[in-house]
Design a binder for this molecule. Sequence first.
Ligand SMILES: [Zn+2]
Length: 135
Amino acid sequence: MTTANFPLPIPNLDNQVFWDNCREHRLVLRRCNDCQESFHPPKPTCPLCSSENLEWVASEGKGKVYTYTITRQPVNPAFRERLPWGIVDVELTEGVHMISNLVDLDPEQIEIGMDVEVVFERVSEEITLPKFRAV
Ligand SMILES: [Zn+2]
């Protein structure tokens, strides 16, 4: 297990199920039963139609790099050791965007449109982060 030395997400009532599933290496999304749209991050109401009629659905965990940035300055000192750091906006096949990182790839090699799939990085007892790798 990686020992996290950087700030971690803090699960709350809206996203506890998401983090519980990540811990089991499953990527899940919130889906609206009224307008049928999936979305992320988890919220108590649909961001498109405000419905509270939501369910959790499994994501395929596959998608493409929609866009990215490479951080070269430590916006938080805890991230200094990770620079340069590639931050990607992945568009999942479900049409949902998720901000994450790519693993096993030099950030300079990230390309828009690159096919990626989810992998999971356990960083604490409670938190396992969804990351992506090129496929
Ligand atoms: Zn909706």
